[in-house]
Design a protein around this ligand. Sequence first.
Ligand code: KIV
Length: 263
Amino acid sequence: MNAKRVTVTDITGMKQEGRKISMLTAYDYPTARIVDEEGIDIILVGDSLSMVIQGNENSLPVTMDEMVYHTRLVARGARRAMVVGDMPFMSYQASVDKAILNAGRFLKEGGAQVVKLEGGAGVAKTIEALTGAEIPVMAHIGLTPQAIHRMGGFKIQRDDERLISDARAVEEAGAFSVILEGIPGSIAAKITSTLRIPTIGIGAGVHCDGQVLVLHDIIGLFERFTPKFVKRYAELGKEVARAVASFRQDVLEGKFPGPEHTF
Ligand code: KIV
């Protein structure tokens, strides 16, 4: 039996009903299946895959083709969760027309239901055009990693006037929800109570309508740095290392394969 897919209306309804929204990243079929089966509402195929999967320094290098490829893998594993395609750097900044064509690829080729893009008032026209083209948009304001060079690093954003006006701008432009990343909890609480659309926080305190984290951060598979806002729920990196070392030892000592593994 097919599970009923989480829709944009479900997500906006959750805010009205006071139910918290859960969201995690996934980048491939097996992890998407686990996240989906555990009842997470939204799976983000984040451009964080540039760092987490591809080993790049930041999120700028990942391409549209690579994002669409990973979105397709995730969409195959997600039967219930809403799948969000994250628009990579330079896939929407150059022109609105280019943004529509690239966003459309996430739905048409990737199997996503919605797209996410970074920026506030500066991308309002793009959000308006995408929603006008029947592509639902999740906005993303605050510490926006694609702006790493403008911000001078991954820095907490504290300009409350700018944050509030960005939040209002993306709501007015038609975004159905907004990620608040790396901002003080008090500002996130104010934005959450001001907006009609749900806020989903990452490093933005407990008063958002939902929370998102990078899957590999919470399961211990990304070791390069761990931001303060990450809670570690498992140590899979250490577990995998133990398994690999045991296999190697067994091979060296002639203990593998045993009779039970032999035809
Ligand atoms: O790319 C990503 O994973 C994200 C989340 C951290 C919100 O944008």
